[in-house]
Ligand binder design. Structure first.
Ligand SMILES: [Zn+2]
Length: 358
């Protein structure tokens, strides 16, 4: 029986994550995202009925497409405990461990923490020598714990950054150039790099101001989301959440949403968008059609990436330990395919939306 992996959306380019794995008579959907730019849904019109949906983490471009579930037969959802709040009216199939093995529709599914988000995991399905879906993944996080994945015949890698290879230390230096000695607003995702940036600035001697969403997410990493955080920082993050001042327009300010379209960051941008201070610095993806794109395009805001995805060298190192036969780039793709073939050899770099594993 053929094992087939289909990139419904997110294969080779930024877009909502949605992959279909067909194996041993089962049809598993891996992530069902929306965005990151407004109005971008995966096309599920030809998918038919699926048997289960497994979510890698709570970010909207991976888990924001649940409104599409009735169009794929309302399958049961499998999520880690910190993602339970997403399920609401949908059927829950079971809980994924943050790190461990469980059975879904009689297939062994192994998960491990992804170094990227609270409750975030990679997924390894034990069919046909193993299919490994990395979802979003980061090797450099100061705060999120990461588990090494097992060997697999096919690996979907987080290629968000393509061939980019600057380190987090490089990022920190560039960011410092934009904010040193200034008042600065950083629009950030609370369940992502926000607590990490807070820790970075605090360790450099400036406790940043936080909006309620960032403070809550930072506190949780010292409490109910502690298993997703590195043990050494849990208490430090809990203290930081208590110590951070509220936002007053001065100092370093961390506020949601990351694209500046809503939340406290949206409000501050409406207030300060046409003034010259504070500095506004975006640190993540700049979705088309959002204030993040508009303000960086006009020069009002600066951009300094803070790594939350793997560098090219990280993905190449990961492939050496996973030893896949097939590497499927997701959320970005090769600018230089020859460099990819060389870095991932002897694996085949798959650039088509469908790969058959046997
Ligand atoms: Zn993510």
């Amino acid at each position: 029986m053929v094992t087939r992996l289909t990139a419904v959306s997110g294969g080779g380019a930024k877009g909502p994550a949605c992959f279909l794995l067909e194996a041993e008579g089962r049809r598993l959907l891996l992530d069902l995202g929306y965005g990151p730019q407004p109005g971008l849904w995966p096309d599920v019109s030809r998918l038919g009925k699926v048997d289960a949906l497994l979510l890698s983490h709570a970010h909207q471009d991976h888990a924001g497409g649940l409104a599409l579930l009735p169009r794929v037969g309302n399958p049961p959802l499998y999520v880690t405990e910190p993602l339970r709040h997403l399920v609401r009216e949908h059927a829950i199939g079971g809980t994924l461990p943050l790190a461990g093995t469980t059975r879904i529709l009689d297939l062994a599914v192994t998960t491990g923490r992804n170094g990227h988000a609270p409750g975030g995991v990679w997924l390894h399905i034990d069919v046909c020598g193993g299919v490994l879906y990395m979802g979003d993944f980061c090797c450099e996080s100061l705060i999120y714990a990461r588990d090494p994945p097992p060997r697999a015949r096919a690996m979907i890698v987080d290629a968000s950054y393509g061939e980019y290879d600057a380190t987090l230390a490089d990022c920190a230096r560039a960011l410092e150039d934009h904010v040193a000695g200034r008042d600065a607003l950083l629009p950030v995702p609370p369940g992502g790099r926000a607590p990490e940036l807070a820790l970075h600035f605090a360790r450099r001697g400036t406790v940043p101001a936080m909006d309620d969403a960032v403070r809550r997410a930072t506190a949780r990493l010292g409490a109910e989301h502690a298993q997703s955080a590195l043990p050494a920082v849990r208490e430090e993050l809990a203290r930081l959440a208590r110590a951070a001042p509220p936002i007053t327009g001065r100092g370093i300010m961390l506020a949601a949403a990351a694209d500046g379209a809503g939340g406290e960051a949206g409000r501050l941008i409406r207030e300060y968008g046409s003034t010259s201070s504070p500095e506004i610095v975006f640190t993540g993806y700049l979705p088309p059609g959002t204030p993040a794109e508009r303000l960086t395009g006009s020069g009002r805001a600066k951009y300094a990436r803070w790594n939350v995805h793997p560098r090219f060298a990280d993905n190449a190192a990961l492939a050496r330990s996973v030893a896949p036969r097939f590497v499927v780039p997701a959320f970005g793709g090769p600018q230089d395919p020859a460099r990819w073939r060389e870095a991932f050899a002897p694996a085949e770099v798959v650039l088509s939306p469908v790969v058959e594993l046997q």
